[in-house]
Design a protein around this ligand. Structure first.
Ligand code: GDP
Length: 220
């Protein structure tokens, strides 16, 4: 049954790239950060969330060290009481490149930890993992650390279109069980097809304090 999307993206624009936390623009809308190893499908999903084709670059040559990339969205939730809302997506630099040095890995950690510690505006971190890969040490450490920092975290399994129906059910159940202790919610998405993106928006709405009834697809 077709459902009504929980949100309409009115505008989406690149704001800045911050190479360290001091370069983060002061003040601004609530933030949702997106983390994931290189090639997990982060840019593709970000474009899909924003409803734009090429907001984030979809890269086939990963490896460039970069900073925090900020995109500002203006959205309208289905509920009239949340007419328009600003939202900042913070694309964290990818990790897990085979050839990075210890120093680069450390720089990633300093940047991301510095950002999370400093940002009162951060409402949710989406941790992406490829449906065809296991959750790695990097993801586990990040999720555990976010929990310690009291930052809500949502695990997003990407490239769901690569899985058959049976595989999906098994994967979803396994991941849910594995992450119950860490307190992380889980969703299965495909940036390629858009599957699961409405549910992901609902999760974002929840983190932003949009009433649950308002953010879930339904009657209107
Ligand atoms: P990033 O490095 O995490 O930003 O990943 P990209 O978005 O650049 O995607 C990496 C590769 O995975 C590209 O070849 C994409 O076409 C592919 N990809 C990304 N998302 C999906 C998806 O949902 N399904 C499938 N089948 N491929 C995807």
């Amino acid at each position: 049954m077709p459902t009504v999307p929980p949100v309409t993206v009115l505008s989406a624009a690149f704001v800045a790239e911050a190479r360290d936390v001091t370069q983060m623009p002061a003040g601004g809308p609530p933030e949702v950060a997106i983390a994931g190893r290189s090639n997990v499908g982060k840019s593709t999903l970000l474009n899909r969330i924003a409803g734009r084709r090429s907001l984030a670059r979809v890269s086939k040559t990963p490896g460039r060290t970069r900073g925090l990339v900020l995109f500002d969205l203006e959205v309208r939730w289905r509920d009239a009481t949340h007419e328009k809302q600003g939202l900042r997506l913070v694309d964290l630099p990818g990790y897990g490149y085979a050839q990075v040095s210890h120093a680069e890995r450390r720089a990633w950690q300093v940047l991301v930890e510095g950002y999370v510690k400093q940002q009162g505006a951060l409402k949710l971190v989406l941790v992406l993992v490829d449906a065809r890969r296991e959750l790695g040490a990097e993801e586990r450490q990040l999720m555990e650390w976010l929990q310690v920092m009291h930052v809500p975290c949502h695990l997003v399994i990407t490239k769901a279109d690569k899985l058959g129906a049976a595989e999906r059910g098994i994967l979803r159940e396994r991941v849910r069980k594995e992450n119950a202790a860490a307190g992380a919610s889980v969703s299965l998405v495909s940036g390629a097809t858009g599957e699961g993106v409405d549910a992901l928006w609902s999760r974002i709405g929840h983190a932003l304090g949009v009433r649950k009834d308002d953010a879930t697809a339904g009657s209107r």
